[in-house]
Design a protein around this ligand. Structure first.
Ligand SMILES: *[C@@H]1O[C@H](CO)[C@@H](O)[C@H](O)[C@H]1NC(C)=O
Ligand SMILES: *[C@@H]1O[C@H](CO)[C@@H](O)[C@H](O)[C@H]1NC(C)=O
Ligand SMILES: *[C@@H]1O[C@H](CO)[C@@H](O)[C@H](O)[C@H]1NC(C)=O
Ligand SMILES: *[C@@H]1O[C@H](CO)[C@@H](O)[C@H](O)[C@H]1NC(C)=O
Ligand SMILES: *[C@@H]1O[C@H](CO)[C@@H](O)[C@H](O)[C@H]1NC(C)=O
Length: 301
């Protein structure tokens, strides 16, 4: 009857060995993980290479946005007089004369057929004065150009979007909804109109929602983001910058939040992800805002 005791002891010893092995394995896993992870831990950021130093230098939004002062070089007079249901702001850049004309000749024409819809182009400044002069001529002719006084470069797209919010707050605060899009996009204005009549609400922030995107750690990538600039491991859910819509209330709170948020150069993540989550706004997905990219993780939910 008492015989199995020895077996039990052996079994216990065997159990202890197994536990020991598991412990050893766990410890090694932690050590290896620690060795790999430590150099990239937030708080011990790696120094930035010279050509990327602007990412760190240019972090104070107010210095560029000048919230107390006007910053427009060009602006249509009475852009938002009367009542405005939706103002569509197309982010364009100085040399894209043809893209702007294509939009004027196609989808923007529907604005005149719908009630209280307006379309304007938003540009920065070129370092080439003859191009700026051509934009001046274009604005005289079509009266649909807003040109802000900052250098128009890819890395300054965030500045353009915050300038957009500034312009809306200062010059188009009566618009009920604001859409941000780019000059290589097609917007079906009648559908947008119908959508907002149904889905419109006070704290709207609507577009193509992207969840679980992670900062790119490859120095050669166009989307490279160093630790010092974004220490988090995952971006907050955000709307693709190809096109999103917000209410005037959302635009106002996003503008105030953006002024007090460190500059981050990916425009859509900055506005609809970082600033929106700080402001307590929830970005919502809508099937109507579609675009395609090769990498699965960048598709909308
Ligand atoms: C705003 O404009 C005023 C008057 O032109 C000027 O005195 C002031 O320095 C400007 N403020 C900033 C921050 O540029
Ligand atoms: C703004 O108001 C003026 C004067 O009432 C009018 O002539 C002009 O067409 C209006 N502009 C727009 C964009 O509706
Ligand atoms: C400015 O742009 C014009 C028109 O594209 C071009 O012909 C000219 O060479 C440019 N000037 C400079 C200094 O880049
Ligand atoms: C702008 O328009 C003026 C007057 O029509 C013209 O003389 C000038 O050449 C134009 N400039 C550009 C850069 O198109
Ligand atoms: C962004 O614009 C500002 C103001 O014009 C300029 O000083 C800065 O060099 C630009 N930054 C980049 C990365 O182009």
């Amino acid at each position: 009857m008492r015989k199995p005791k020895r077996d039990e002891t052996e079994k216990t010893i065997e159990d202890c060995r197994t536990v020991g092995r598991i412990c050893l394995m766990l410890v090694s896993v932690f050590v290896i993980w620690g060795l790999v992870y430590m150099p990239y831990r937030p708080g011990t950021p790696m120094p930035l290479p010279e050509h990327l130093s602007w990412m760190e230098a240019q972090r104070d939004m107010r210095r560029y946005i000048l919230p107390e002062n006007g910053s427009q070089a060009l602006m249509p007079r009475n852009a938002c007089n009367g009542s405005v249901f939706v103002v569509v702001l197309v982010c364009s850049s100085v040399p894209n004369f043809d893209a702007r004309q294509a939009i004027r000749d196609t989808w923007a024409q529907d604005a005149a057929k719908l009630n209280n819809m307006r379309v304007f182009f938003l540009l920065g400044k070129s370092s080439n004065e003859s191009l700026n002069n051509a934009v001046y001529n274009e604005s005289q002719k079509f009266s649909d150009i807003i040109q802000e006084d900052f250098l128009d470069t890819y890395n300054n797209l965030t500045l353009k979007s915050v300038m957009l919010l500034k312009w809306v707050n200062q010059n188009c605060a009566n618009a009920q909804y604001i859409m941000k899009t780019d000059d290589d996009m097609f917007v079906h204005l009648p559908n947008l109109f119908r959508l907002l009549k149904v889905k419109g609400r006070k704290w709207l922030l609507l577009g193509c929602l992207i969840r679980g995107a992670v900062p790119v750690k490859d120095w050669n990538s166009k989307w490279y983001v160093p630790e010092v600039v974004y220490p988090g491991r995952v971006y907050p859910p955000y709307l693709s910058g190809t096109g999103y819509v917000m209410s005037r209330e959302s635009a106002s709170v996003l503008y105030r939040t953006a002024l007090n948020t460190a500059f981050f150069y990916l425009e859509d993540i900055f506005i609809t992800g970082i600033c929106a989550s700080r402001a307590g706004l929830k970005a919502v997905n809508n099937e109507g805002f579609k675009f395609y990219k090769r990498k699965k993780q960048y598709l909308c939910v």
